[in-house]
Design a protein around this ligand. Sequence first.
Ligand code: ATP
Ligand code: MG
Length: 567
Amino acid sequence: MQEAPKSRSFIEEFIEQDLTQGKVKGAIQTRFPPEPNGYLHIGHVKALYINFTMAGRFAGKCNLRFDDTNPTKEDTEYVEAIKDDIRWLGFKWDKLVYGSDYFEKTYEIAEDFINKGLAYVDELTQAQMREYRGTLTAPGRNSPYRDRSAEESLDLFRRMRAGEFANGRMVLRAKIDMASPNVLLRDPALYRILHARHHNTGDKWCIYPMYDFAHPIQDMIEGITHSLCSLEYEIHRPLYDWVRDHCSLLEAHPRQIEFARLHMSHTVLSKRYLRALVENGYVSGWDDPRMPTLAALRRRGYSAASIHDFLARVGISKADSIVDIRLLEHCVREDLNASARRAMAVLEPLKVTLSNWPEGKTTFVSAENHPDHPEWGAREIPFGKTLYIEREDFAENPPPKFFRLAPGREVRLKSAYIIRCDEVVKNEDGEVIELICSVDLSSLSGGEGANRKVKGTLHWVEAQSAIPFEGRLYDYMFGDAEPAGEPEESADEGEESAPGAKPDFLTRFNHDSIQLIKGFLEPSLGELSPGQSFQFMRQGYFYVDPDSKPGALVFNRTVSLKDSYRP
Ligand code: ATP
Ligand code: MG
């Protein structure tokens, strides 16, 4: 067992009780059960993290199970992406399984339920079934098919499997209680007819089990001891228990425990909503760096360590709440502050010419790679007659407390010299296009004149050697903290909104959430491959995007330096 954390979550308490009371013998077993119908978002990662860390903490194991009982929306593209994401996070699954691997066993259990009078084939239409179901305040009514003989149901169920009937013509239902206050227990559907090709089983099946029937069976087959899932499954638990307790063909006795879903401000954490953003072209894909998917966060420059840190801080609670997206940013900022090499880049360049610097002369100044890691060494950066500074670091009429460059004022160029602005050059439109400055040649950083203090220090790059790059700066996809309200949660196969219908939250999309800039880098960053992170001094953490080509680097700003997160 790992070292006990300071405060334990309610899930750990439950597991501990089950172990001490002997309800679980041997090691615990959990599973992470994504449906391969989209990419993992940070909400799924919470579930993934809890299932894997609980297994790890109690010396147990966690399976990766693709919950692929719904053939129409699933795809192997998603299977591969999900595996890739989990590996990247550093989790190791025990068994890799598919819910569809168990179709035969699930079918066998369904026949057993029919034989035991626990299930029947119902021929009500969907509309009738809805009407018979009753409401939250009124009990439902028994279907006229409810008391047909087991033989008759069995015959029909076999013919359903054989493909004799059209979609929706009949369903297999559990025989529980049409008057139950929990509507989910009013004879829920266990199997439906769906003539659809499945990504794993092909055309073998035309009936598919419903989530509430399939899930406990899958858990039992795998010997899952604790089935950890998000809170919207809480009302399904009595049904989970009913299936488990009536399933005599399998021995295991898994326990379902629910935890709060992760909600995060300024984004949406629901595959359905994220798919709408992709399909309506609001973002460039599931891995657009503004998205809350793991693929997007990786591409934006988030490290696996920062995601682990985030989830550890979010913790495992039983009550729903909205996590401030700035906590996620805070975590990556802390991580990159420690690990990212420093460099200089100018995002919006303004030309500076040094009047008293000899024509054609280039020198090199030394800049440390990381202030806390002298052992990482320093790099030599060229310095010459023409430089670029950040346009916003100059003000012709500086407001109070502006300590950067202004006419007649001095600043230090980081790791180099002090310069003074003597002249402002403008174009015909009156825009500042160049500054003529004089340099104090005795003021080189680290030299004798370095003791002279000026208020501002600016980053810069030398113009001749500078490397152009494209920078992509991001803002939140939604200005609203809660753009979509509470998404309609349905733990089973919910009805999707009509295809083509645009969900309302899209109208609140922030179209200014991406800004493209053309900047310049110091030449030490010339040869980079995607996947590296840097701190561009005073500008934030930047990550080399896979869109980069030799000679055409593209950087994503992972996060700016300013941290406004208050715990
Ligand atoms: P979505 O609501 O985004 O469509 P889903 O529940 O349909 O997600 P699944 O692939 O079925 O997605 O979910 C896999 C697991 O992730 C489930 O166990 C579910 O409980 C969990 N999960 C999904 N979203 C969240 C979330 N926001 N916070 C915590 N756990 C989540
Ligand atoms: Mg689901």
